[in-house]
Design a protein around this ligand. Structure first.
Ligand code: ADP
Ligand code: MG
Ligand code: MG
Length: 255
């Protein structure tokens, strides 16, 4: 069984005012096929956690470890992490001018698998995922995320997820900015990936509503750079009703 183990992770970022501590000792274990929701207020460091796992150069790991099946991820390059089976669906997907969706996906797939996917099966998989995500075929030839609406960008992230077949995916506010129809389509894509590949998921969100479509096994409350409470799906319902106030009053947010 695969697992992703985050231990006592401390991460800082360089700002104009100096070094800012953001993650202050994150502990999380995600098993194969498990879905863990991370819920927390704006600015609590959720995206920083996602970037630190993915290896974004702006974020400095001060201490701690992230192990995928016992292998330290934090010393890997970004592409080694992808080959090891990690995937990040970004909160704000970036545009890649001059690179078409189909080229991007095929290049990424080839890099991750170490060999190009056989063309016929590949086209079939691509077409099938795109149609299930209600993405028109014309998107294949469009530049990645260029001129995409918010919802189209999020669908394109899930298209990558379905085709690249990682072991663990971090989904950073994949639900934000989606109307209810798009939310359903995107959630179904995530659920297909779960069912087909035993994907483990770290689902970062503000809102309970996506958790109605993607059932979490565990819910973690994330405040001021760490997990302050854990529970099952009932915790998400409680957060929706009560907000984060009761957690915020107990922490010193400081910098
Ligand atoms: P969340 O995703 O929970 O909203 P973030 O991880 O985006 O939180 O940000 C956590 C804190 O770190 C915020 O105060 C944010 O302004 C700060 N921060 C994150 N990235 C940077 C950066 N590159 N430069 C300066 N400050 C940053
Ligand atoms: Mg935010
Ligand atoms: Mg964020």
């Amino acid at each position: 069984m695969s697992n992703l183990e985050i231990r006592d992770l401390h991460v800082s970022v360089e700002t104009e005012q100096g070094t800012k501590q953001i993650l202050r000792g994150v502990d999380l274990s995600i098993g194969e096929g498990e879905t863990h929701a991370i819920m927390g207020p704006n600015g609590s460091g959720k995206s920083t956690l996602a970037y630190a796992i993915a290896g974004h150069p702006k974020y400095t790991v001060e201490s701690g470890s992230v192990k995928l099946d016992g292998e330290e991820v934090l010393t890997m390059t970004v592409d080694e992490r992808a080959r090891a089976g990690l995937f990040l669906a970004m909160q704000y997907p970036v545009e890649i001018p001059g690179v078409s969706v189909s080229n991007f996906l095929r290049t990424a797939k080839t890099a991750i698998d170490g060999t190009a996917p056989p063309i016929r099966g590949w086209i079939k998989d691509l077409d099938s995922s795109m149609s299930q995500l209600r993405m028109d075929k014309s998107f294949r030839e469009r530049n990645v995320n260029e001129g995409f609406s918010g919802g189209e960008k999020k669908r394109n992230e899930i298209l990558q997820l379905e085709l690249l077949k990682p072991k663990f995916a971090v989904l950073d506010e994949t639900d934000s900015g989606l109307d209810v129809d798009a939310l359903k389509i995107v959630s179904e894509g995530v659920n297909r990936a779960k069912a087909n590949t035993g994907l483990g998921i770290l689902l970062i969100t503000h809102y309970n509503r996506i958790l109605k479509y993607i059932q979490p096994d565990f819910v973690h409350v994330f405040v001021a750079g760490k997990v302050v409470e854990q529970g099952g799906p009932e915790l998400a319902v409680r957060l929706e009703n009560e907000g984060y106030d009761r957690f915020l009053s107990n922490v010193n947010v400081g910098s």
